[in-house]
Unconditional design. Sequence first.
Length: 547
Amino acid sequence: MEHRTTSNTMKRKKKTNKTAEAKFQFELNSCSKAKDLRGAISLYDDAVSNNTKLNQHHFNAFLYLCSNSVTDPSLKPSALDYGFRAFHHMSSLAILPNEATLTSVARLAAAKGDGDYAFELVKNMGKYNVSPRLRTYDPALFCFCDALDADRAYEVEEHMNCAGIGLEEAELAALLKVSVKRSKVEKVYEYLHKLRNVVRCVSESTAVVIEEWFQSSKASEVGGVNLDLGQVKEGILRNGGGWHGQGWVGNGDWRVCRTGVDAGGRCCGCCEQLVCVDIDDEETEKFARSVAALAMEREVKANFSEFQAWLEEHASYEAIVDGANVGLYQQNFADGGFSISQLDHVVKELYNRSGKNKWPLVILHNKRLRGLTENPSTRKVVEEWMNNGVLYTTPNGSNDDWYWLFAAVKLRCLLVTNDEMRDHIFELIGSNFFNQWKERHQVHYTFIKGNLKLQMPPSYSLVIQETENGSWHVPLAHGASNESLRCWLCITRARANDAVATVSNGVDTSGNSHVFHHDCLQTLANDACNNTTSSTGKRKERSPSPS
């Protein structure tokens, strides 16, 4: 009992001995949690009157609360007044600001419509040895966009690019919106493609901006009537499919509707086939060089160089097989089990699917091959592979992962493996397009009661797509687990409408017969997309993120 009494006395003394600075910090944090600006202002005034020694953390907490209170009309005047007063007080005490400080002040500046000051804060961060973040630029960018000052908004974006700051959907949507409002034709095209690179599916607010553009009179006036269609097709091939980047194609009014895409990737609005988008030529070459460079660091250089040279002479493969992954699938590792029959099933299935009598390339470690050739029951299969040029064995001490990955990237072909490539060697690649590449090239497989099932890459990618005839297809984000319920924007020229009217009867404009999926025909029959529909409502702005 005596020990407990002593402990309680010490706690009371500790509370009593709390410094004025610590007490101010504690009470300020409480106001911040409760979003109590008035209480925080009272605390700040008392601290100033009592000459409380304030530090950077005190000012940041107070400034953050001020910057978050500007959205309340009743609090905005006080938030702006005290926010700037506190920042000047901080400067007078020679307390250096950090990124959180400057972000809060930039938000205050933007709240009173002073985008120039918000931008100046970012541009002068270097003198404090502070690096900006995306949120530091947002106040100036959104302020200029809301004021429809397109040129200044573009200037902020350029500064962000120079600082290595990547834009996200909210920033790109704001730039797209100001470009639409100001009829900046080429900029609209540019930001649509930047959106395609950054997000797979757009939010509802972004979709509304896109619809607004294509339904405008200015949009109907743009188009490359004399555009070289050969260059357009070449651009699509070079860019991995799904976009050409050559500019607006066609002429006349646009037809905008909200529709769906059937399981095979055919748009139910215009019946165009969407594609599975690959990384472009430049990215592919960069990816291959990156894999090779890392492999050369970790493998015996001569061995991997030999493989590279061999691959140059044998570059006609359409599929690469991770031999160990397939052979060891569902086997008993304790017994060293390896199913050559599974691997042979995959080889034969890929050969039959090729349509060109092309065998796949199986990458297998030399140690594994030695065991297979020593066994009379498996030697015959191995000899058959070797006679057909199916097999490449990696040398002792090597990691065959580098070999099959490099081959699949370099030859731009399919890769059969259930390896999700999340190991540390794949993390070394650090490619932001690695997942996109896997979606287009990786083939998963299963064996159910000995029966092989290959899961080929999807027939289409969930990403903004631009077709060679100038149409656009934009997937919208939604919370449903069923992909068939996803809404897409289908955006086509008037001439494409004529095509829809014709193909709905089973024949396209060139006289070729078509067979459409039932759900696509049903959508057309229900006139889901025969009338232009657009969403209404105001764009929901993103609220500032907390420091």
